[in-house]
Design a protein around this ligand. Structure first.
Ligand code: SF4
Length: 256
């Protein structure tokens, strides 16, 4: 049965956030430097409201959010990111691993802790909470050092449903997030998992983005599968056929 992506995000939020003495806490399972964007310090959070069938997050982390990771206060996350950034000589930070916009109060408090310190922060999101939570995009507009990358799961409602197992209308929420971000003046761009898409569906997505803002259509980033062994196993399990993908050691430099 397809699931409601909003309800699932709300349910996951209850498992991976809690109220602590220093604000809303969120679960994380590691903090690491990563090769993407030319080097970025990454805090991997636990929990996502989608179940993408190509997701690189391990099954253990994805399927047991209540058991995996530990709770961090916003200050602890910010300090861990900063400390590793200093050690690695990097000024680019992000939260990944799960959906970073789950736990709005926590995320905004992390950003408050990082504000004015010379970092750039990439918010990689599926956009669903930004679409359904009132004023999320407006809140993000207060952080000029944040750039939001909304990762679209396919080029259409049908592809979204096939790739995530969620109700197809969830795709409209992803586009709605982009619309809200543009309207709020937040620096953002769309990326699209295009490994399962035809040229025709990609063209149709570009037209829809163009209607929101021509800039989104111009700046669309193509994401392609990275064929980690556990991702290949997932794809086989779901019988998902793809057109393009790369071995982890052969990802083209422009995609890193
Ligand atoms: S939205 Fe991202 S983290 Fe969530 S399941 Fe999909 S690929 Fe994984």
């Amino acid at each position: 049965m397809p699931y409601d992506p909003i309800k699932r995000h709300v349910a996951i939020e209850k498992l991976v956030t809690r109220v602590g003495p220093y604000g809303q806490e969120r679960k994380y399972y590691r903090i690491r430097p990563a090769r993407w964007y030319g080097g970025i310090v990454t805090a991997d959070c636990v929990g996502c409201g989608l179940v993408c069938r190509f997701c690189w997050v391990s099954d253990v982390v994805a399927s047991r959010p209540a058991e995996v990771g530990k709770f961090y206060t916003p200050q602890q996350v910010a300090e861990s990111l900063e400390s590793l950034a200093r050690k690695c000589g990097l000024d680019l930070l992000r939260i990944s691993g799960g959906e970073p916009t789950i736990g709005k109060e926590h995320l905004l408090a992390v950003l408050d802790n990082l504000k004015g310190k010379g970092y750039r922060f990439i918010l990689e999101t599926n956009g669903i909470p930004i679409a359904y939570e009132e004023d999320y995009a407006k809140s993000l507009a207060k952080y000029g050092f944040v750039h939001v990358r909304v990762s679209l799961k396919g080029c259409s409602e049908e592809e979204f449903a096939r790739l995530t197992g969620a109700e197809p209308e969830g795709f409209k929420l992803q586009l709605e997030a982009l619309r809200k971000l543009v309207e709020a003046g937040v620096s953002c761009h769309p990326s699209v998992m295009a490994s399962f898409s035809t040229k025709e569906s990609f063209r149709s997505l570009t037209e829809r983005l163009n209607q929101i803002s021509p800039k989104l259509a111009e700046e669309i980033e193509i994401e392609e599968l990275i064929l980690y062994p556990h991702v290949v196993r997932k794809l086989q399990r779901y019988g998902l056929k793809y057109y393009t993908g790369y071995a982890p050691e052969n990802v083209p430099p422009e995609q890193v």
